[in-house]
Design a binder for this molecule. Structure first.
Ligand code: SAM
Ligand code: SF4
Length: 467
């Protein structure tokens, strides 16, 4: 059913962890409160929901601030150096809090811990950390915490196996919205990216497990599901039952979940079959996150992205023809080693041509162990800063124009929160993945509202209710 080297966590192991959750409840030294600090992407946000789910099962309450908690967990990211620096800075700051609360437990987990040499560095430089564990060890958190509470020595666990955890309790941040992981890891080895080294090889969850979880979420009142994976388009390639991502979407679409989104997609694996499955569906939202990274073929080749600018543009055209009005977002890196002024101009031209609804723009950050970190012609940070500023201002200018196409149209908003700007407004995402603000109050949070788009303010669409 599945390639070798991948291990699905067994029911016996799950029971063993449940045993430790029960044991922790009885310990006199059990922390009374916890706080989880999350860095990075949606996968990390979902891992934090699992940590919170386990801690709640141990009858430890969530504190409202990290200063007030007896247990602080840092769920770290290492995709760019900034994220790593921020996490390490905050961990150091907690050392001061420990002086006020000597029984404070500090745990560090996530991608950063999985980096070669990082665990040793944590032990040496951050000796006040009680527990450090990698991404593949998350399912063993109850046992590791139990051991930590029974020793004065730091505990470090880093497994390099390709694990598929199942049946972990989840404490969702929002009752109406849920993440659902369809696959873990990545096989692409883009030359700048550390993810395959810290999250392991691609492994798909069995479709029955995914459909069962989706059914439970549906019965729990969830209105929107976001399917997660580093490259969801290659879902199923490691399974022997022939299902692919398009097939999985078709099954999920027929279950009656109101809204389904997914991320992330790799342009090289975006098939016509997947686009047709989206176009024919009722509940897969007309939104697509398709990272381009660069508009220059030379840079794309050095990035090992395995597609050309022309192939990327072809996928965009196919998406737009098949799903009219589709919301399109992307990721772009500037200052990749060897990126010339001409390469950068090609990125600017591509952005001008495609007109994305939003773009996440990054300055290239060298990551130890990745190929690009050892490439010649690393770009001067001043040049990269200049380039990213140009790119951001171009995107901002185009985005204003692009989003105007929604003015006058009807949309459905899943309300997430009260607006930050006014107590009389609520905001949420429309079907195209764009933020929308509309008149409303606390009681609307979690509802889907029918609206008409009336205007645009600071990259947020403004709407009026029509129901
Ligand atoms: N799997 C996803 C994909 O291929 O689109 C993205 C995962 S990564 C966490 C999110 C984004 O971070 C990437 O699309 C890329 O733009 C950016 N990124 C990854 N490594 C980077 C690096 N070393 N420097 C700057 N940006 C980076
Ligand atoms: Fe990183 Fe590339 Fe994999 Fe995305 S597809 S996680 S950018 S290696």
């Amino acid at each position: 059913m599945m390639r070798t080297g991948i291990r699905i966590v067994s029911p016996e192991e799950t029971e063993r962890q449940q045993y430790f959750m029960e044991e922790i409840k009885k310990l006199p030294q059990k922390p009374k409160s916890f706080f989880v600090v999350t860095y990075g992407c949606q996968m990390n946000a979902h891992d934090s929901e699992k940590l919170k789910g386990m801690l709640t099962k141990m009858e430890i309450c969530e504190a409202s601030a990290r200063e007030d908690a007896d247990l602080v967990v840092f769920n770290t990211c290492c995709v760019r150096e900034n994220a790593e620096r921020k996490a390490l800075g905050n961990i150091t700051w907690l050392k001061e809090i420990r002086k006020r609360n000597p029984s404070l437990i500090i745990a560090v987990c996530g991608c950063m811990i999985q980096e070669p040499g990082m665990a040793e560095r944590i032990l040496r430089q951050y000796s006040f950390v009680n527990l450090a564990f990698g991404t593949s060890n998350l399912y063993r958190f109850p046992e590791m915490l139990h051991n930590t509470l029974n020793t004065d020595r730091p505990i470090v666990e880093i497994e390099n196996d390709d694990i598929i955890p199942e049946d972990l309790p989840v404490q969702r941040a929002r009752s109406e919205f849920a993440y659902l992981t369809v696959m873990y890891g990545c096989n692409n080895f883009c030359s700048y990216c550390i993810v395959p080294y810290v999250r392991g090889r691609e492994r798909s969850r069995l479709p029955d497990r995914i459909l069962k979880e989706a059914d439970e979420l549906l019965h729990d009142g969830v209105k929107e599901i976001m399917l997660l994976g580093q490259n969801v388009n290659s879902y199923g390639k490691d399974l022997a039952n022939g299902i692919n991502f398009a097939g999985l979407l078709e099954k999920l679409d027929s279950m009656g979940i109101q809204r389904i989104r997914f991320m992330t997609s790799h342009p090289k694996d975006l098939s016509d079959e997947l686009i047709s499955a989206m176009a024919d569906s009722k509940h897969i939202l007309p939104q697509f996150h398709l990272p381009v990274q660069s508009g220059s073929n030379a840079v794309l080749r050095n990035m090992n992205r395995c597609y050309t600018r022309e192939q990327y543009l072809d996928r965009v055209e196919k998406l737009r023809c098949s799903i009219p009005g589709i919301g399109l977002s992307t990721d772009i890196i500037v200052g990749f080693p060897g990126e010339s002024d001409a390469d950068f101009s090609e990125t600017m031209q591509l952005v001008e041509q495609v007109r994305f609804d939003s773009a996440f723009t990054f300055v290239y950050s060298p990551r130890i162990g990745t190929k690009a970190a050892y490439m010649p012609d690393q770009i001067d940070p001043e040049i990269s800063t200049e380039r990213i500023q140009k790119l951001i201002s171009l995107q901002e200018r185009l985005q204003q124009d692009t989003m105007r196409r929604f003015i006058g149209s009807e949309e459905e908003i899943l309300v997430e929160n009260l607006s930050k700007r006014s107590d009389l407004d609520v905001s949420g995402k429309g079907r195209h993945g764009i933020s929308i603000t509309v008149r409303g109050n606390k009681a609307d949070i979690g509802s889907i509202l029918k609206c008409r788009i009336t205007g645009l303010k600071n990259n947020t669409l403004i709407a009026e209710r029509i129901d």
